[in-house]
Every structure is written in structure tokens, then in C-alpha cells.
Design a protein around this ligand. Structure first.
Ligand SMILES: Cc1ncc(COP(=O)(O)O)c(C=O)c1O
Length: 396
């Protein structure tokens, strides 16, 4: 540390107080480290960190201590070797697809009922780069196998619990199929969370999260993360050093803080969703409820097997009987405390109308094929939902 005595006022204003924490005193909680760059006593050390022969930090587009702490925590919960955090869930999906080998001339097979932007990333963005996508019903193993056999894709992409139809993917079976046809299995585990299910332990190659949702879950962080092998992470890391869609330290700190209550929140939200799904299913105004916890759900038994009694997910979706778009809008406006919003990641109860929001980028014909109707709404119960039982609304 340079002696600042006898230095000018402007010099002291810049340097005073910096790098003064004793090296043997460790803060109990992870600190936010906003520093963009790092300095070492010896240039040889810096060179060794650049060469990856010595651990350390170089520049925050590469990684930083707070982000590394978040990555290490999620890798641990997902039981994976390593993780890389991104500025959003979409950046994470994009990075994983590239690392898994998508490039001009390759192809991908994907569940058709994936998040709307994921659907568009494949069918618009990657398509424009010469990657072809085959969309199938991920819950139909015979259809998936037929598509794999025909396309011989680099990647099979599914969501463990799909957004917003809440279909459950048989990850162990899909991993077997994907590997049998030379594809890597990428699983978006956002809706299941590692609390309910860990895809890597069940054969997946990459696990992706929109950490914006359950992992952080306070509605104040946009973040994404991919958990995979050390080798795959290194591939994503090298690409992202060039692309720079990395997570910032403030967001990483908030996400890491959110993670601490993940089991408590998910358990409560699963309970609330189960009660609400059962209640809605009995209402005469409701045409249909999608929730893996309902015995009527086509993958109910699979969900019981995969999620091992931990819960059936904290999101449900439903359709209002004989409604048109205007009725759905009136319903959403009539809600109290429950917020009509554009995300499903918060401690508040949120309701989202898929057609004009999360799946707006799909054409009406695409939505029809996927099974998302004009009147499909997704409910994401927060930590307090019992009041919803008193919910009523009138049609104008
Ligand atoms: C299942 C799923 N995957 C990915 C994303 C994209 O995540 P983000 O909004 O953090 O980019 C979302 C967003 O809603 C999602 O629901």
C-alpha cells in the first residue's frame, strides 16, 4: 500500500481507504465486489492468472468474486461441476446452445411448449444463422425419438416443467434418447428449481435457469445461469469473454441472497399452488387447469416420481370458460393484491396472460399448435395466497 502522507488532496481523495482490509480478516457474508479490474503485487502472478495456471480475477467481463460465489452456490445445488452466470436467462440459453455446438448447418430438436422468447430464439434468431429447429411435443417420447432419428440434431432442448402449460418432461428418458442419437440434452430447470429436481444427476448435459425467477425471486434481479461440466463451462467462458453478456456483481449478490431462502419459498409456493389449482379446478367459471399436482394432469405420476414428494411446482395455468381476450383483461384488472405482471418471479402472487405477453412473439397459428389459447393465464402464487379463495369477478 503506497504511503499517502504528503500526497496532494486530489490524490488522497482517489486512493485513501482503498485496499486496507487486513488479508487475514474474512467478512462473514459474501461482499459485493464492484471492481472491474484487479491488481497483483507481481506481474508474473497477473500473467499466470491470464494463462489460467493460477486462480484469480482479471476483469469483470471475465468473472468477479461475487459472481463466482453465486456460480459456486448454484453449481452446488444443481450437483454440477461448474456454473457460469449471465445477465439474463435468455443470455444463458443462448450461451448453452452455442457451447453445445449450434452453428450453421446443425439442427436442434426442442419441445414446442417452451418460453416464448426461447421459441423465437430458435425459430427466428438461430434459423437466420442457418440452424434448423424441429419443434415437438416434449411429453411424447415417441415423437421426440422420431424427430431425433430424422434430424440427428446437436441439441435436444426441453423445460423440466414447461411455461406456461406445465407439462413435465421425463428427463431420464429424454437423456437416454438424446445420447442414443448423438445429441446433448439441455434442460431449462427454471420452473422446477434444483429443490424439486436436478437434471444433471438424471443425465442432462446442461442445466439452465432464468435466475430472475425462483433462484433470486424478489422481482429485482434479471439473471441467468448455466450449470454443466468444467469443459463445457470453459467453452461458454471463452465465448462470453468476447460477447460480454455476463452478470454484474450487484445482481449476483441479490441472486445469492435470494438463493438462501429457496427451499422455504419453493415449499410454500408449491403448497399455495396446489391449493389454488384444486380450488380453481372446481370453479364453474374455469374451463381447464394445468398443474402437475392434479391427478387429472397427464404427467402427474411422472411428476410424483421425478420430484420425489418435494412439491409439484409453484406455477399453475388455467383457461376461463367461454371467454374472449377482453374477459381475460377484465379478470386480471379485477384482481386485488395479485398483480397482473409480465414475469413469474417474485414473492408476490403474479398472474400473466401468455398470448399478449410471454408468448407474444409466436404467431397465432404457432400458439394454437403449442396449445396456448387466447385465454391461457399463468398464476404464480407468492408467499401468501389464501385470500385468493375469496376471489370473484364479474363479466361486463
Ligand atoms: C422458463 C423460462 N426460461 C427462460 C426465461 C428467460 O429468462 P429471462 O427473462 O431472465 O431472460 C424465462 C422468462 O420468463 C422463462 O420463464
Amino acid at each position: 500500500m503506497t504511503d499517502l502522507h504528503n500526497k496532494t488532496f486530489p490524490t488522497r481523495a482517489v486512493h485513501a481507504g482503498e485496499r486496507t482490509t487486513p488479508s487475514n480478516a474474512r467478512p462473514v457474508t459474501t461482499s459485493i465486489v464492484p471492481s472491474v479490474s484487479y491488481t497483483y503485487e507481481s506481474m508474473d502472478d497477473l500473467d499466470a492468472v491470464f494463462a489460467n495456471t493460477q486462480p484469480g480475477f482479471i476483469y469483470s467481463r471475465y468473472t468477479s468474486p461475487t459472481v463466482a460465489a453465486f456460480e459456486s452456490a448454484v453449481a452446488n445445488l444443481e450437483e454440477g461441476e461448474a456454473a457460469l452466470a449471465f445477465a439474463s436467462g435468455m443470455a444463458a440459453i443462448h450461451a448453452a446452445l452455442l457451447a453445445a455446438g449450434l452453428q450453421a448447418g446443425t439442427s436442434v430438436v426442442s419441445s414446442f411448449d417452451v418460453y416464448g422468447a426461447t421459441y423465437s430464439l430458435l425459430t427466428r434468431f438461430f434459423a437466420s444463422m442457418g440452424v434448423s429447429t424441429r419443434m415437438v411435443d416434449g411429453s411424447d417420447l415417441a415423437a421426440v425419438e422420431a424427430a431425433l432419428k430424422e434430424s440427428r440434431p446437436a441439441v435436444l432442448l426441453v423445460e423440466t416443467i414447461s411455461n406456461p402449460l406445465l407439462k413435465v418432461a421425463d428427463i431420464p428418458a429424454l437423456a437416454g434418447l438424446a445420447h442414443g442419437y448423438g445429441a446433448q440434452l439441455l434442460v431449462d430447470n427454471t420452473f422446477a428449481t434444483p429443490y424439486l429436481f436436478r437434471p444433471l444427476v438424471n443425465g442432462a448435459d446442461y442445466v439452465i435457469h432464468s435466475a430472475t425467477k425462483y433462484l433470486a425471486d424478489h422481482g429485482d434481479v434479471l439473471a441467468g445461469i448455466v450449470v454443466t461440466s468444467v469443459t463445457n463451462r470453459a467453452r461458454m467462458f471463452e465465448t462470453n469473454k468476447l460477447l460480454g453478456s455476463n452478470l454484474g456483481p450487484f445482481e449476483a449478490w441479490l441472486a445469492l441472497r435470494g438463493l438462501k431462502t429457496l427451499p422455504l419459498r419453493v415449499r410454500q409456493q408449491c403448497n399455495n399452488a396446489a391449493h389454488l389449482a384444486g380450488w380453481l379446478a372446481d370453479r364453474p367459471e374455469i374451463a381447464h387447469v394445468n398443474y402437475p399436482g392434479l391427478i387429472s394432469h397427464p404427467q402427474h405420476a411422472l411428476a410424483e416420481r421425478l420430484f420425489d414428494g418435494q412439491g409439484m411446482g409453484g406455477v399453475l395455468s388455467f383457461e376461463i370458460k367461454n371467454a374472449v381476450r377482453a374477459d381475460v383483461f377484465r379478470f386480471m384488472e379485477a384482481l386485488q393484491l395479485c398483480l397482473p405482471a409480465t414475469s413469474l418471479g417474485d414473492i408476490y402472487t403474479l398472474v400473466l396472460h401468455a398470448a399478449p405477453s410471454s408468448h407474444r412473439s409466436l404467431t397465432a397459428a404457432e400458439r394454437e399448435r403449442v396449445g396456448i389459447r387466447e385465454v391461457s393465464c399463468a398464476f404464480r402464487p407468492g408467499l401468501r395466497t389464501r385470500w385468493i379463495y375469496r376471489l370473484t369477478w364479474s363479466r361486463r
